[in-house]
Design a protein around this ligand. Sequence first.
Ligand code: PLP
Length: 327
Amino acid sequence: MGYSSELGNELLRENIAHMLSQYRGIPVQADEILITRGSQMALYLTALSLIQPGDVVLIENPGYAPAWQVLRQAGAQLIPIPVDDEGIQIEAVESVCRRTSVKALLTTPQHQFPTTVTLKADRRMALLELSHQYGFTIIEDDYDHEFHYGTKVPLPLASFAHGGPILYISSLSKLIAPAVRIGFVTGPPAFIQAAATLRSIIDRQGDNVLEQAVAELMQAGEIQKHARRALNVYRQRHAQTHQFLQQYLADAVTYRVPEGGLAYWIRFNQSRNIPELTKQLQQQGVSVIDTDAFSYEGAGLNALRIGFASLTSPEMEQVLQVLQKTL
Ligand SMILES: Cc1ncc(COP(=O)(O)O)c(C=O)c1O
């Protein structure tokens, strides 16, 4: 109940360290973890600790716009790198590195946001090699790691780093709930200490009571049990969504069945006005985000991100029927 470490609740850090070593191949100690209020805060502290105004940072395009805001706030000069069906394009990364000095690259390799593509193994290795060769830091945002439906769950880039320049960010927003504001960043001790000092300027420490409660649930194995149950539910919803997309929208859209994540990225075969479509869906009670916000240039992506995790099978069927009718 008193003042405690700005790194966050110790029991929670120990449990997260155990989770990272046991399930994600990242052997870290509790004092190499900084607990934050969600991964957004982790991104903010990372960006402000790492980046000097004018530094070049590569980002995925399309990508996670709230992270771009943070990087801009730190004074970064952003260069968008295209994403295709195998993830971020490595040749494009290398081509920028040959021309200019790159400070960092922000990536969501597990389930790329918003396309949900899982970065292919050869590209993962190539990205790590480029980071060594050109000396840039990889900021890895692994926001929904647990939810992968294949038999083989890829390990984070950070698991191959062996103390290399990777800052690994993750969150309990998808594993537990977005309202439980717990995220974290792990990296070299000096970086973690700098980020923690910055954090303490605005927030002396995290929500220690919440953090202790979550730590005790982790310690008792309850969060792991919940993750397994949730994975089973999401696996069914993932399969059902594919079935309904085939049933109602097969002629209208093209998509890849994602290996993991909590959404389908569907591209329209005909050109559509996405902001207008989004508005029309919202008027009918279907909550979707205007995907053009994920495009770096604001160019139309002609796609929607259909989140399936929170919808039961009848709800998803209804949603896709509404989309079919609206098209
Ligand atoms: C790419 C990405 N990163 C991180 C997050 C989680 O953010 P937070 O932990 O701040 O809730 C999300 C949530 O939607 C996301 O899509």
